[in-house]
Design a protein around this ligand. Structure first.
Ligand SMILES: [Zn+2]
Ligand SMILES: [Zn+2]
Length: 154
């Protein structure tokens, strides 16, 4: 696992350049924000950046996350209970997610067994499997009492 705890603005600049992307204030700020707030939506990023970059627009955030995703600096995840796509800087490790069905909270789940893809399907219909992306759906501890109130059988 290569979770780098010492990511600095300078190293984001480096990663942008290595990916062939020009370093812009918006791209750097989006990477910093996503590193601190994994699984954020484009709207979250916009809200998070607008204090520092008042001129940033929803359209520019969409362009930024699109470029960062295409160059694999950011991973896009689409989860069934999220209204919009989420983004994170934790790429290339094929980790999975667990999502609370009540509040939508999303957490990372590390690969449990072996190398990516860490799930072995019984029939791939002739395809070569490259990655596996699983969403475990559950209830987080904060929401569990709510669910129990709603459904005593739970
Ligand atoms: Zn919850
Ligand atoms: Zn994640």
């Amino acid at each position: 696992m290569s979770v780098d705890a010492t990511v600095t603005p300078e190293s984001w600049d480096e990663q942008l350049r290595e990916s062939g992307l020009r370093v812009t204030a918006g791209r750097r700020a989006a990477l910093e924000f996503l590193d601190d707030h994994p699984h954020s939506s484009a709207a979250d990023i916009l809200a998070g950046l607008s204090d520092d970059i008042p001129s940033i627009s929803a359209q520019s955030v969409h362009n930024i996350v699109h470029d960062l995703t295409r160059h694999e600096l950011v991973r896009r995840i689409d989860l069934p209970d999220s209204g919009s796509a989420r983004y994170e800087t934790r790429t290339h490790d094929n980790h999975h997610h667990v999502q609370c069905v009540v509040c939508g909270r999303i957490e990372d789940v590390d690969c449990v067994v072996g190398h990516a893809p860490c799930l072995t399907p019984d029939d791939v219909h002739g395809m070569t499997v490259l990655t596996a992306e699983i969403t475990f759906r559950g209830v987080c501890p904060e929401c569990e009492p709510t669910l129990r109130d709603r459904d005593p059988q739970y």
